[in-house]
Each structure stands twice: as C-alpha cells, then as structure tokens.
Design a protein around this ligand. Structure first.
Ligand code: FAD
Length: 420
C-alpha cells in the first residue's frame, strides 16, 4: 500500500478536517487499525488514516462492566487496561492477533460466537458527510447491526463500548489425538470444553486438541522453553526454507514438530487474555473460511484426500479448526448458523514464497462446495455475486452503505470487488 498522504489524528476534529480535505480533492479515505489484515482490505493509494494515537479508555462503568474506548486501541493494550479494573473481554481476542486493533471485524470460535462484534454494545460512527452517529441496539439500530462488522466502508468508527466480564483464569489443556477420533467425536469435544479447537498436521493423521476452560487453579507456566527462547522458530523457519528446495520434506517437518511439541498432555493456567492471544512470528499466507458446523467432517476429510491423491501439493502445519455460534450480524461469516472455521497457512520462510496455488484452489473449492463464507481479512477470490448468494443480509448491508457513503469515499480496490 502506498498512500498519497498518511495521517495519524489525535482528535475527532482532526479526522473531520481530513475528511473535508478528501472531499475537496475527491480522494478516498482508508482508516486502519493495526494494518494487520493479511488481505488488501486495509490498502489504499489515496488517504490513509491510522488510528493508533486515538487509543484511550474513555469511560469505565464498573457496575455494568462496560468500557468505552477510542477505536484505535490495540487488543493487547485494552486487555492490560481492563485487567486493572478486574475486567476482561469474554473472549480476550483472537489467536495470533494480540496486536490487532479493536475496531474492525474479528472472528473467534466456540460457544461464544465471533469475538469482538458480539461484545460491542455501542459505537460512534463519523460518516462521509461529517455527521457523528451514536449507534446501539436502541439508537440507529439498523446501522448498529451493520456497523458491528463493517469492513471499514461505513465511516470512521470513533469509539466502541464493550461489554466485559469479571477477570478470569483459563486452564488450557493440550493433548494429542488423531483426525479420525476428533471428527468422529466432534460433538463430545464441543460439549466437554468451553473453548475447543484443534490443529491438524497435514500429510499425517496427527491432531493436537486444545481445551480452554474457566478455572480456579493458580497460574502455572507453559514451560515451553522451546518457543520462549525462540529456538523453535529458528529451527522451523530454517527447515521450511530447506523444504522449498525439497518439498517432500514438508510432511516430515509436520510430523517432527508434532512429535516434538504436541505428543504429550500439557496443562497451563493463566489470565484469559494471555491464553487467548499469542504472538504470530512467521510471515505467512492464510485462507480461513467458515462453513456450517455439520460440514466439518466431510470438508476436512475431502481436504485430506486431495493431499493424499496429489503428493506434489504441499501443506504446512497446522490446519487450525475452531467453532463459533451463529449470530445476527449482517456480514458475519457466522450469520444465522453455527460455524466451523478452517484456517490453512503457507509460511514464507525468510520471506520466500512457497508455491501454494494448487493447495489454495483445492481448499477454496471444498469450502465453496460446503457452503462456506471467507474470512474478510484473509485471502479469497470472491466477488459481489458470491457474497449475494452467501449472505441473506448482503443487499440490506449494501443499502445502508450506499446511504451512509453515496460517493464511495471509504471504498478501496478490495471493497470494489465486494460491492460492485
Ligand atoms: C497471522 C494472522 C493471524 C490471524 N488470526 C486470526 C484469527 O485467528 N481469527 C481472526 O478472526 N482473525 C485473524 N486474523 C485477522 C485479523 O482478525 C484481522 O486482520 C484484524 O481484524 C486486523 O485488525 P486491524 O486493527 O489490524 O485491522 P486493519 O487491518 O487495520 O483494518 C481492517 C479493516 O477495518 C477497517 N478499520 C480499522 N479501524 C477502523 C476504524 N476505526 N474505523 C473504520 N474502519 C476501520 C479498515 O478500514 C479495514 O477495512 C489474523 C491475521 C494475521 C496476520
């Protein structure tokens, strides 16, 4: 992304001035949080507004456990601030994005539905015309329903009010299993743990099951010296780089890291957000679709078969599988259905691209066949026609967008593919 002008406003007045300037010069505006989205959704050639300096906590209602923040605050900072008041987000964040902003759209998993939008009880939106709208279930309810997952195309989100819960500890239990066992007993795994997900190591049967549950046990260390001292990262990156010359090594790398890291049962207790969030240190390409939960087994087994039948197609570990409750947010991949998110990755060791086209296309066609919806922040090849079929509320969202931003001030190349 190479914006013509880049701004870091510190007040609402400054953002209004930027929008005035954009209007005078017929420029588009892209507001960004952490710029962490792997797709080009946060890119622009016109004006970029980085919200990082608007990151204060504005109000804490300890009785209702509601916290109003400026929209540029990072999840990692918000979690620490909430902890000072003995509060936490029910889902402290999303795997691998401790550093992401709170304003965009986030997804999560398990009984709790997608992470951030469902915890939002109110927000303020600065529209293309310069008007500030308060939005909640009772004020501007339709805009609120759209704005909880807005792709940055409705205006500038200025503040967000989160519904929090009392701070809590989680017990994370990791143990090995097989793909067949997990898929055969999916319901039972979902019942057994509050936050259940699993990692499948492609080119093998190996699975690492992860349970996360409320606990009264005292905090304990993860004892992962291997990752804490970054030895694992250096070794994995080096081996993956070697495998770019010898792709047949990938299946052995996947098996080796499973054996090294996940072959035994490990328990670890910590504050919820420290368990939910972790740093993702590798450069990588990702795809992540949400499919109806009942399609999980069929889709994963099909992906496994594709890899078995095409030995030249290489897949890095892990395929991360997690679950989210259905919701009523217009553009949520979980709209009106309980869903399974299936995240695939291909690392870029030392920045080097590893061929992924065949893997990508096979995965995407399986996801489409299963009635999937792509994660908005990640790679996909869908356009408006696809989204109209995928989302019953797509047209309603488009109408709201066109009313709030008739000239398309908040669009960019990515969003043109979505809306035109
Ligand atoms: C390695 C990796 C792992 C990830 N893992 C997960 C995962 O497990 N689950 C998951 O759900 N996601 C995951 N993500 C994706 C992540 O959720 C999104 O990229 C996240 O929303 C990014 O937040 P951000 O603040 O960086 O948003 P940005 O990338 O800065 O912006 C995203 C969109 O939000 C808009 N926006 C941002 N702030 C505002 C504002 N104040 N007002 C209006 N519009 C705004 C932007 O215009 C843009 O359209 C992952 C990403 C990476 C790189």
């Amino acid at each position: 992304s190479s914006p013509e002008l880049s701004f870091q406003p510190t007040s609402v007045e400054e953002i209004k001035e930027i929008l005035d300037l954009a209007r005078q010069r017929s420029k588009r505006v892209k507001v960004v949080g952490a710029g962490h989205s792997p797709s080009d959704i946060a890119c622009t050639d016109d004006f970029m507004v980085q919200m990082g300096k608007m990151n204060k906590i504005l109000k804490v209602d300890e009785e209702k456990r509601q916290v109003m923040v400026e929209a540029g605050i990072l999840l990692s900072d918000l979690n620490v601030e909430l902890s000072k008041y003995g509060l936490a987000l029910p889902k402290g964040g999303v795997a691998a994005i401790a550093k992401a902003g709170v304003a965009p759209y986030l997804c999560g998993w398990e009984r709790h539905g997608i992470v951030s939008p469902r915890q939002v009880v109110a927000l303020t939106l600065l529209t293309a015309s310069g008007e500030i709208l308060e939005c909640s279930e009772s004020i501007n309810a339709e805009i609120f329903q759209a704005a909880r997952l807005h792709l940055g195309c409705l205006g500038v989100v200025l503040t967000i009010t989160f519904q929090c819960v009392p701070e809590f500890y989680l017990l994370e239990t990791t143990f090995p299993s097989t793909l067949q066992e997990v898929l055969d007993n999916l319901d039972s795994h979902l019942r057994r743990s509050e936050y259940f997900r699993f990692l499948w190591f492609p080119h093998s049967e190996n699975v690492s099951v992860i349970y996360q549950d409320h606990t009264n046990k005292p905090p304990s260390s993860s004892a992962s010296w291997f990752w804490d001292y970054a030895v694992g990262y250096y070794l994995l990156e080096f081996l993956l780089w070697i495998s770019t010359f010898l792709p047949g090594l990938v299946c052995w790398i996947n098996r080796f890291f499973f054996w090294l890291l996940f072959k035994g049962k490990v328990e670890h207790v910590d504050l919820s957000y420290k368990i939910f969030n972790y740093e993702c240190r590798f450069r990588q390409h990702v795809q992540d679709w949400a499919i109806p939960i009942e399609k999980t087994k069929e889709a994963l087994l099909e992906l496994k078969t594709v890899l078995e039948n095409n030995p030249k197609v290489v897949a890095h570990y892990p395929v991360e599988v997690r679950f989210a409750r259905g919701d009523d947010i217009l553009l949520s991949p979980c709209f009106q259905r309980d869903s399974c998110y299936m995240n695939i990755i291909m690392y870029r060791p030392y920045g080097k691209d590893v061929p992924r086209l065949d893997y990508w296309l096979a995965y995407e066609s399986i996801m489409k066949k299963a009635g999937g919806r792509p994660h908005w922040a990640k790679a996909h090849t869908c356009t408006r026609k696809d989204f109209e079929k995928m989302y019953p509320g797509f047209r309603k969202f488009c109408t709201i967008r066109e009313e709030l931003d008739p000239t398309g001030m908040f669009l960019n190349v990515y969003l043109e593919k979505v809306f035109y």
